[in-house]
Design a protein around this ligand. Structure first.
Ligand SMILES: [Zn+2]
Length: 263
């Protein structure tokens, strides 16, 4: 089961038992927008039950980026349009075989079939998919994944960061391995993080420390680029050793390789 938390009036986050993946329900006057609903089949079903219990009609979906754990859906959510940035929508289609592989052969075929069925939207969400009383701003960049999108809810001062600003994951500037894009994305997020009362990462804890998380990510990347090492405590968290080694490699390439040490 997911853990459900109300993070702002009408706004709940369901945290999956798998990789603490966060699904967000943004609602207003009986309508709901689902952002990155995830992950396990029973959790998606429970989310549908929760939506029914609150008597909400799903009027739209949004996927922050083209990774399998952010492109999910459930038939009980209905057939409202599901949106993503143009690049995310392109990748969800172009990389469908690999995304299906990543879901695994055990994932129910009906849910696998619904994965990634997103349409491209521009700088904003179409009004028919935005609940009454809610404003949504999309912040599109190429950190973590091409076309990755953070969602800013200016009325609630909530920042949905997608797979960035996590307290349990290091910055993951991979595929393509691209540190400058990641750092540019942090710059783009900074003014929103400065105003955010609530930060919801794609994986990890909901917090009120968006700017501190952003500073920690900058410090980690700066340290890795400068010296190839970091005392960031996330380095020691489960699953982060490979990511850390990969950042070290990319950072070294960015420096132009290690200079010979003076004797
Ligand atoms: Zn993810």
């Amino acid at each position: 089961m997911s853990t459900v938390t109300e993070v702002a009036p009408g706004m709940t986050v369901a945290t999956s038992r798998k990789m603490s993946t966060n699904a967000t329900v943004v609602s207003g006057r009986g309508r709901a927008l689902l952002i990155d609903p995830a992950w396990m089949p029973d959790e998606l079903d429970a989310l549908a039950t929760e939506i029914d219990r609150r008597d909400l009609t799903v009027i739209g979906g949004f996927a922050t980026h083209a990774h399998h754990d952010h492109l999910l859906w459930h038939p009980r959510f209905g057939d409202a349009p599901r949106w993503a940035s143009a690049e995310t929508a392109r990748l969800a289609e172009a990389e469908r075989p690999a995304l299906l592989d990543a879901l695994g052969a055990d994932f129910p075929a009906g849910l696998a079939d619904l994965m990634g069925r997103v349409r491209a939207t521009g700088d904003t969400l179409p009004p028919e998919s935005v609940p009454p009383g809610v404003d949504v701003e999309l912040i599109v960049h190429d950190g973590h994944a091409p076309g990755h999108t953070a969602v800013w809810l200016p009325r609630q001062h909530v920042l949905l960061a997608g797979d960035m600003l996590s307290d349990i994951e290091l910055p993951l500037p991979f595929a393509p391995d691209d540190l400058p894009s990641y750092m540019a994305a942090l710059d783009l997020l900074a003014p929103f993080a400065a105003q955010a009362s609530v930060i919801v990462p794609g994986h990890g804890s909901v917090g009120s420390d968006a700017l501190a998380r952003l500073d920690a990510d900058r410090r980690y990347l700066d340290d890795m680029i400068r010296s190839g090492s970091s005392d960031d405590p996330r380095v020691g968290l489960p699953g982060m050793a490979d990511a850390h080694a990969r950042v070290r490699r990319i950072a070294r390439d960015l420096r132009g390789g290690d200079r010979p040490q003076p004797a």
